[in-house]
Design a protein around this ligand. Sequence first.
Ligand SMILES: Cc1cc2nc3c(=O)[nH]c(=O)nc-3n(C[C@H](O)[C@H](O)[C@H](O)COP(=O)(O)OP(=O)(O)OC[C@H]3O[C@@H](n4cnc5c(N)ncnc54)[C@H](O)[C@@H]3O)c2cc1C
Length: 288
Amino acid sequence: MFDHVEAFHRPRSIPEAVRLLRLKGRGARVVAGGTDVIVQADREIRALVDITGLGLDYIRKNGDGWAIGATATMSSVANSAAMRAFAAGIIAAAAATCGSVQLRNMATVGGNLANASPAADLAIPLLALDATAVAAGERGRRGMPLADFFTGPGKTSLDGRLLVEVLIPLPPRGRTGWSFQKLGRTEVDISLVSLAAGLQLDAKGRVKFARIAMGAVGPMPLRARAAEQTLAGHALDENLIGAAAAAAAREAQPISDLRASAEYRRDMCGALTARALRECARQAGCSL
Ligand SMILES: Cc1cc2nc3c(=O)[nH]c(=O)nc-3n(C[C@H](O)[C@H](O)[C@H](O)COP(=O)(O)OP(=O)(O)OC[C@H]3O[C@@H](n4cnc5c(N)ncnc54)[C@H](O)[C@@H]3O)c2cc1C
């Protein structure tokens, strides 16, 4: 499967990894857990650059928020007490749904994002939480909002750079709620639709802050900005949830494939939005 690969590198530092990626150019491919690289078996790969020895497998405080290193595995995120507590555990919940136990022990957060599948599960709560992707290149490190990171199916703005970590700011406090929803054919299947939502309510039950992100319903993980605007400033009730769900379904750009039809995905997008918003409302102490 990889008989065309001429070199396998194990750099010991980020600058060394960056230098190797530049030297080897288009034929070089980063490998972390390998769960996507192996399946894709791209015959253009000439050199693999294994980044698992760079010490990027951390989950640590970053000011008031958190930093997750690119090679933190899905298992470590799913089992992290800090991630289970942060934002109602939506990052941990998404990591816990990523494939099987064996897969989660190998698959990394950085690989999930850099692979840029529209169905990348970790991307959805991270988008809802306004995360920043930090990349290292020849000119040093640069952060970019995750909303600008994905540029198309399998495409990112990394442009040959190394994804080093993801920074997650502290979300609003007070009357808040967060929810991650995933619909797949079985427990270990890739998402047919995935969705994350976050809400903050004021003392009168009006929406002060709203975030909705959705996966597997467009060319890349998407923010449902019209649905968020539908919610902003209004008192949260079932009518408003229905309007936001309809807006999210309209914003979705699903395709039909072997897993589901576009129509089904669009309907489920609305259903998961409503389900997620009800869960957020409950956490925020709002009885609908
Ligand atoms: C059976 C199966 C089930 C799966 N189920 C799910 C699922 O339920 N949900 C889901 O979201 N995904 C799923 N996946 C996809 C995959 O496991 C995840 O996307 C995983 O997180 C990829 O991480 P990795 O470390 O294995 O990436 P790798 O395979 O090592 O790399 C993936 C891509 O990202 C690039 N890359 C990796 N790390 C970096 C970095 N730090 N900087 C720059 N580029 C980088 C690589 O060059 C490659 O192009 C599944 C895959 C399989 C095979």
